[in-house]
Ligand binder design. Structure first.
Ligand code: UT7
Length: 349
């Protein structure tokens, strides 16, 4: 059975750089607080009208396809991971297929937030290994800036997120020392509301520890999104930051170790760990816990903030462009986020 290799990789970030100090015009915060608590110095925001999650994904995809040495017409399956889609439905997969004028290939949307890229990689790996597809395009893209609470009320979340996109082309490989060794996926829905955007949604408070008043007053057609919901900022992401942090620092090392143990490898064998860029403090904790050196971990959250599904392919691409990912290197990708969902992928480049 063949293994799956990354044959081409690309990323795209919008031109507009937003420093921590730029955020002071919207909310009470400080460069010092943001840097100390998250490691973020600046992030990118997409053009308000000219760029969408899909258009950014297209730019990243074009680079990945070119670097794979193929054309868009060779792609036989599309996977698109995002939590900030252009439309509630249909998903960005078909919008990308249309924008790139691709053939009538399958397009799958993955909604796993921060671990969306790892889940996408795992799904694609199964298709490639079984021989079903030969050139799968995975695109992970986020336009967070369009849907954040920029008032002081939402500052714990809005300061950490940024926009951007990453993409890879996956192909089969028979080379002995190359390809994905294993992927590991997990979830725990008990904490679904700890990092969530509640509306628009069909929940009618069914899962939420809150009164159903918003819905009782609403007429049938308004239940999806009412004025009260907007007043309560339920149309923005909500997060219990410290609770998410506590879980993340346990699950990241756990799922990385799971991948290493499965392949009879040790942390010292890793050439590079690329953790989802959620918070530099989380990445540093994971590094310490696994006793990894600075050279073994790649972070770029200082420049881009947390780009959710896109953070791993953006970081992997930057590391590759900087010569930090070489043929035969042992690379681990790991993510944890909303759901909760988390996962890892171990590969030889
Ligand atoms: O990628 C998806 C997964 N997400 C994560 O992994 C995120 C995990 N969580 C975190 O990274 C951190 O919890 C945050 C960076 C989001 C927040 O950092 P924290 O150290 O946990 O802060 P906190 O929420 O406990 O708030 C501490 C204080 C509060 O003030 P008081 O009550 O102590 O007076 C907040 O109001 O910091 C205040 N605060 C801020 N101050 C200035 C919260 N956000 C800000 C801000 N600027 N932007």
């Amino acid at each position: 059975m063949p293994k799956t290799k990354i044959a081409g990789i690309g990323y795209y970030v919008p031109k507009q750089i937003i420093s921590n100090n730029d955020l002071l015009q919207y909310m009470e915060t400080s460069d010092e607080w943001i840097q100390e608590r998250t490691g973020i110095k600046e992030r990118r925001y997409a053009h308000r009208t000219e760029e969408t999650t899909t258009t950014m994904g297209v730019e990243a995809a074009k680079i990945a396809i070119e670097r794979a040495g193929i054309t868009k017409d060779d792609i036989d399956f599309i996977i698109f991971a995002t939590l900030s889609p252009d439309y509630y439905f249909p998903g960005c997969g078909v919008l990308l297929q249309r924008a790139m004028k691709m053939g009538e290939v399958g397009a799958l949307d993955i909604r796993n937030q921060c671990s969306g890229f790892i889940y996408s990689l795992s799904v694609a790996d199964q298709f490639i290994k079984t021989g079903m597809y030969k050139n799968i395009l995975i695109v992970a893209s986020e336009k967070h800036s369009f849907g954040l609470d920029f008032s002081t009320r939402g500052r714990n979340i809005s300061v950490i997120f940024g926009d951007g996109a990453g993409a890879v082309v996956l192909q089969p490989t028979e080379v002995a020392n190359q390809g994905i060794l294993s992927t590991h996926l997990h979830s725990d829905g008990e904490s679904a509301e700890m990092l969530a955007m509640f509306n628009p949604g069909t929940h009618a408070n069914h899962w939420m520890d809150q009164p159903a008043a918003d819905f009782e007053d609403a007429s049938i057609g308004q239940m999806f999104m009412s004025h009260q919901m907007i007043d309560k900022a339920q149309n923005f992401p909500n997060m219990d930051g410290p609770a998410v942090f506590k879980k993340a620092v346990v699950k990241f090392p756990e799922v990385i170790s799971e991948a290493l143990i499965k392949n009879n490898l040790l942390p010292k064998d890793l050439n590079l760990l690329i953790p989802h860029q959620a918070n530099l403090r989380i990445a540093q904790y994971v590094q310490k816990k696994l006793q990894l050196t600075d050279d073994q971990v790649f972070n770029n959250i200082d420049k881009y903030g947390n780009t959710t599904a896109a953070s791993i392919p953006i970081a992997l691409c930057e590391a590759w462009e900087q010569g930090k990912v070489k043929d035969g290197d042992l690379i681990c990708l790991a993510a944890f986020g909303s759901g909760f969902t988390w996962g890892s992928a171990l590969m030889r480049w």
